[in-house]
Unconditional design. Structure first.
Length: 133
């Protein structure tokens, strides 16, 4: 994996798989409940990728158990996604710094995409507490 492109409860790395630029989310799984949460996230990402063509696409996932130190093993999940060109946050920051307003069509496209995703999550009973820009 190349560089870190995001972090929070997990780390996201830029990588290339078979020549394609992807983002790989690495999640440390500490217990069975966290494993179930990661599996649910993957299921939702698959469904969302199938229903919406204007979002970051799910590419695949891998679960591993790795030796960490002489006595400990740690479970990891690696979630592979299409790598976006830029985050909404970085686009907003650049536009603000350059004092370059969005065109009406751009604002509409961003809002429609966000609302589609929120509706998708709401219909599946997901209250996402980690909505980011």
């Amino acid at each position: 994996m190349q560089q870190t492109i995001g972090s929070g409860n997990s780390c996201v790395y830029a990588a290339r798989i078979r020549g394609k630029a992807v983002a790989v989310k690495e999640v440390v799984i500490k217990n069975d409940e966290e494993a179930r949460m990661v599996q649910r996230e993957i299921k939702l990402m698959k469904e969302l990728s199938e229903e919406n063509t204007d979002i970051i696409r799910y590419e695949g996932s891998l679960f591993t158990v790795e030796q960490v130190g002489p006595y400990n093993k740690t479970r990891f999940a690696y979630i592979v996604m299409e790598q976006g060109l830029a985050s909404l946050e970085s686009v907003l920051q650049r536009r603000i710094a350059q004092r370059q307003p969005f065109r009406q069509e751009e604002v509409e496209a961003i809002l429609v995409t966000l609302l589609r995703v929120f509706l998708f999550l709401e219909r599946r009973g997901v209250a996402h507490c980690d909505i980011k820009t």
